[in-house]
Write a protein that binds this ligand. Structure first.
Ligand code: IMP
Length: 431
């Protein structure tokens, strides 16, 4: 049975949520393996829009088990709010559908306060984080002073850890970052209440995934953010604090890499970025504005306008390489509907030298300018195309070009936010 990993192949916001929702139909279990509520996955079913930050995008399918793996960092307040919103809409009627791993780390109030205060203090050198406490939580995880879900649901252990860690956090917040110290009793009261409600969702997701695989289940591993935001392979330090490449699915879900059969990279037909950091194909003028408006490129987590640019095949090839992608899903093709010509970057120019590979060194990347190829636009509406044959020749040419410059086959095309605005060329779950 094929298991499939879905990852973003750009700087996030590629439309992973929609593709996960589509693919959930073929899967038995869906597992999120990294990141936290810095992600924002927008799903449109009928006329109803649902934005999820933490809960796997498969949750809109009744009977599919949705797991939040050990690699995720979880803000309990956001998690419970998300559950409430889903229930109000009639989803998640059976609580057993959702399980969070007891080894996942908890985003504490001091993580959020430190994230925001650090960004403020950094001034022009800020990362442009989502301010959700993601970085500080992963720092504490690696520093072995994190608080896990298992602690959250055990008031004694939780109180003991808060008492141990809070003085250092308050010292940092108050004395170095110029913030306000946090009150221990208030944290304990608030988080104990979360722990009590959340307890029924806690389990061992590694065990469930591996038992599922042994029983012949098909598992969909749902990534967040994108390969260029990966802590190792991304445009460091302008990255998120987790591993966003496909290999992370193994660690963050607690299963062996041999069970990851297919890796599907999600990519827009152009590219966007939120936050700071180099972006070789960024469009600053009217064209950038045009893409932002046509693609509604505003963050679903923070509402920030996204930086927009032409498709970057150098960056995409790098994502294909670091995640071992077996297929690409191209989203938001319809956003390019009106354009007479479309550019795509096939190489970089660095000090008059042609670079075909994405440079490791950020100082080099900062100085790279794109080498473009130009293709004709299709100048017609793709949003009602139901199959590949419905696409105009020039749209097919563009897709073929994307395959050629990335070296990866396109297996899905999205022409709008709805489920029925999806053209599937191959099913990655098929053996
Ligand atoms: P953090 O993940 O909040 O620490 O933010 C670090 C960087 O990752 C910033 O540039 C954010 O804008 C970016 N980022 C984090 N999550 C997402 C996402 O889901 N989509 C796009 N960018 C993201």
């Amino acid at each position: 049975m094929a298991n499939v990993v879905i990852v973003g192949s750009q700087w996030g916001d590629e439309g992973k949520g929609k593709v996960v929702d589509i693919y959930t139909e073929y899967a038995d279990q869906v597992v999120r393996f990294q990141g936290g509520n810095n992600a924002g996955h927008t799903l449109v079913v009928g006329n109803e829009k649902t934005v999820l930050h933490l809960i796997p995008s498969g949750i809109l399918h009744k009977g599919k088990q949705c797991l939040i793996g050990n690699g995720v960092v979880l803000d309990p307040q956001v998690f419970l709010q998300e559950i409430e919103n889903l229930k109000q809409k009639g989803y998640l009627q059976d609580d057993a559908q959702l399980v969070i791993d007891s080894n996942a780390h908890v985003i504490m109030p001091y993580h959020k306060a430190i994230d925001i205060a650090r960004e403020q203090k950094s001034g022009a050198r800020k990362i442009g984080t989502t301010g959700r406490g993601i970085g500080p939580t992963y720092e504490d995880k690696i520093g072995r002073r994190g608080i896990r879900i298992a602690d959250l649901v055990n008031p004694e252990s939780f109180a003991c850890k808060v008492r141990e860690f809070l003085p250092e956090k308050n010292f940092l917040l108050e004395k170095y970052l110029g913030g306000t110290p946090l009150d221990e009793a208030a944290i304990l009261e608030e988080y104990n209440a979360y722990g009590r409600i959340l307890a029924k969702y806690v389990g061992n997701t590694s065990l469930l995934v591996n038992q599922g695989i042994a029983a012949g289940n098909k598992v969909l591993f749902e990534g967040a953010q994108g390969c260029l935001l990966d802590i190792d392979h991304g445009t460091y330090p302008y990255v998120t604090s987790s591993s966003t490449v496909a290999g992370s699915a193994s660690i963050g879900a607690g299963t062996g890499p041999r069970f990851l059969d297919q890796v599907i990279g999600i990519s827009k037909a152009y590219i966007t970025r939120v936050g700071e950091g180099p972006f070789p194909t960024e469009l600053h003028g009217d064209m950038g504005q045009r893409l932002r408006e046509a693609g509604n490129e505003f963050g679903s987590t923070t509402g920030r306008p996204r930086r927009c640019g032409w498709f970057d095949a150098v960056a995409l090839r790098y994502a294909v390489r670091t995640s071992g992608m077996t297929g690409l899903a191209i989203t938001k093709m319809d956003v390019l509907n009106d354009l007479a010509t479309i550019k795509l970057c096939t190489a970089y120019d660095y000090q008059r030298q042609r670079l075909d590979e994405f440079p490791n060194d950020l100082e080099i990347l900062k100085q790279c300018t794109p080498v473009y190829e130009e293709v004709d636009g299709w100048q017609s509406d793709l949003s009602e195309a139901k199959c590949y044959e419905d696409l105009p020749e020039k749209a097919k040419d563009y897709l073929r070009k994307l395959e050629e410059v990335t070296g990866c086959p396109v297996i899905l095309i999205s022409v709008g936010p709805r489920r029925d605005q999806t053209i599937q060329l191959e099913n990655p779950f098929k053996d």
